[in-house]
Design a protein around this ligand. Structure first.
Ligand code: AMP
Ligand code: ZN
Ligand code: FE
Ligand code: FE
Length: 281
């Protein structure tokens, strides 16, 4: 049973959501059905480092809803983990698909390395068990944590990160760095517009100015992690720097964080993003 949509005046959109092709729980079809039931005018499907769910999501969209092709790329700037959203990316771009294949290969290699460390630490888990938990999604530490839990090596997922997988724990292996500037360029190369995802209250204006200089097109203003003051601050900054506005619930699963359409995000931003994508190419 799907809850009724939140009180709304104008048509709403939600430009940040995940499916089973990354770490979301819904299939592309289920996600689009939920967005339609909640009367959203448009959603963007933005899986982590994957465009595999997009053809299915777009095919599932009826006349009432528009599905924007999107992606959320993990990157690094000065040691910080920054996520960059791409909208209106061409899912057949060979540059993009080749880079995503490389991410995928790097992640598989990293899982092998982490599992080797866990074996040495006396907490062995099988590679196949981890891959089964990832399903079609992008494999990562959450799946290894779940496998550790099922194997009885840890008592909770938190315990898995604290004792083994967290940034300062003994089985931690960093992913090869991918610079935020390169994420922006990759999105542009695939014909998309780049938007800094959930910068958060601690992100400095000067860091965003540097990204603007590197070609960043927009900022995610509305996000569950942004309080009212942060929204106001980033709107003012976007206005000053000439950056586009975007926003979304970062929906992953029912009962986990915000639901699709929970945030009041105006329909108008879709047209502006589309125009920017069209204008750039
Ligand atoms: P990966 O992309 O493989 O490095 O995994 C990153 C994901 O692991 C994040 O998106 C979180 O969902 C999860 N994660 C990272 N650190 C923690 C932590 N300390 N506790 C729980 N989950 C975490
Ligand atoms: Zn996610
Ligand atoms: Fe993110
Ligand atoms: Fe996300």
């Amino acid at each position: 049973m799907i809850d009724p949509p939140p009180a709304q005046g104008d048509r709403r959109v939600d430009l940040h959501s995940h499916t089973i092709f990354s770490d979301g729980m819904l299939t592309p079809e289920e996600l689009v059905a939920r967005a339609t039931a909640r009367r959203l005018a448009a959603i963007a499907v933005t899986d982590h480092d994957s465009v595999e769910g997009l053809p299915r999501a777009i095919a599932a969209a009826g006349a009432e809803i528009e599905v924007l092709p999107g992606i959320e790329i993990s990157s690094e700037m000065e040691g910080a983990d920054l996520h960059v959203l791409g909208f209106f990316v061409d899912v057949t771009s060979t540059t993009l698909l080749e880079r995503l294949r490389q991410f995928h290969a790097e992640r598989l290699q990293r899982v092998e390395t982490i599992l080797g460390r866990l074996r040495e630490l006396g907490a062995p888990v099988a590679f196949d068990a981890v891959m089964a938990l990832a399903g079609p999604g992008v494999v990562g530490r959450p799946h290894i944590a779940e496998a550790l839990l099922r194997a009885g090596h840890v008592t909770t997922l938190d315990d898995a990160f604290r004792r083994f997988l967290g940034a300062y724990a003994p089985a931690f292996v960093a992913r090869p760095a991918f610079r935020t500037e390169d994420a922006i360029a990759l999105i542009h190369d695939a014909g998309g517009v780049s938007v800094l995802a959930h910068p958060g209250a601690s992100m400095s204006d000067s860091a965003i100015e540097r990204l603007r200089a590197a070609g960043l097109d927009g900022i995610e203003i509305w996000h569950p992690q942004h309080g009212a003051n942060t929204v106001l601050r980033f709107r003012a900054l976007a206005g000053r720097l000439g950056l586009l506005e975007s926003g979304g619930s970062d929906f992953h699963a029912v009962g986990r964080g915000a639901d699709l359409g929970d945030l009041p995000i105006p329909f108008e931003i879709v047209g502006k993003l589309r125009q920017a994508a069209g204008a750039a190419h």
